[in-house]
Ligand binder design. Structure first.
Ligand SMILES: [Zn+2]
Length: 250
């Protein structure tokens, strides 16, 4: 695996999508703006994290929404690697365990790690945390890093072991009691939990734009329009406040 190349790709894609090279990233909003990409959230059970399907006309990324928010963010970054840089496969079906699959899967994991936690930003943060370079990172620091970059515990440990900041043994001791370790330090637990059940099903991005477009051009009936949105788990666009243009003043 060529880590420098993956680092360069991660920085290049951040810039291509309009972000800078180092800040924490709102990866879902970023993904919704990608041309001809539909995003589907669906609870896929225990084993899969996500799927990327590429086609000449449009692309789909599906995210396992029953995993924690931090992990879903990592999955999205992993699938972006398949979408933009994986020239071998038109369909990638990706397992849950980080850094344990084929070469291509490992590359996508390393890319995802760099995309969410840019090396420059991470090393600056570690320098700031450690008073002297020989200091060891503790659980308090791990929580601070994962909260800052909004990444799952497993993803942070995988990265810090890879960077020789933690030994495998040290990382192992930090894999458990994840929520407890964060809430006891005063953090919110949203990052460590799955999305609420009503938000585990949904389609965003290109698909929604296309359904709107064919409706506006009079190419489909309003019944068909509603059917297409309902089959994409977007009853909110048919029956909800959004359907009537309702807005809360903010
Ligand atoms: Zn993959």
């Amino acid at each position: 695996m060529n880590k420098v190349d993956l680092w360069k790709k991660a920085v290049s894609l951040r810039k291509q999508l309009g972000d800078d090279a180092t800040s924490p990233i709102d990866i879902f909003t970023l993904a919704y703006s990608i041309d001809r990409l539909s995003i589907v959230y669906y609870p896929m059970g225990e084993r899969l994290s996500g799927i990327c399907v590429k086609d000449e006309r449009s692309n789909v990324i599906a995210i396992n929404s029953s995993m924690t928010l931090g992990r879903q963010r990592f999955s999205m970054a992993h699938e972006l690697y398949h979408l933009f840089y994986d020239e071998d496969q038109l369909t990638a079906i990706c397992a849950k365990k980080i850094g344990a699959g084929s070469d291509k899967e490992n590359e996508a994991d390393q890319f995802a790690s760099y995309f969410l936690m840019p090396p420059d930003a991470l090393s600056d943060m570690i320098k700031q945390i450690k008073k002297v370079p020989s200091d060891k990172l503790s659980i308090k620091h791990i929580v601070r890093i994962e909260q800052y970059f909004q990444t799952s515990r497993q993803a942070v440990l995988y990265r810090l072991v890879g960077e020789d900041e933690l030994t495998l043994q040290e990382a192992e001791s930090m894999r458990e009691n994840v929520i407890l370790s964060a809430v006891n330090l005063g953090y919110d637990d949203t990052l460590y939990k799955p999305t609420s059940v009503e938000k585990q099903y949904g389609t965003y991005g290109y698909y929604i734009q296309q359904v709107k477009k064919v409706m506006e051009r009079g190419l489909i009936s309003s019944g068909k329009y509603e059917e297409l949105l309902l089959s994409a788990y977007r009853s909110d666009l048919v029956y909800g406040d959004e359907a009537g243009g309702g807005e809360v003043l903010d």
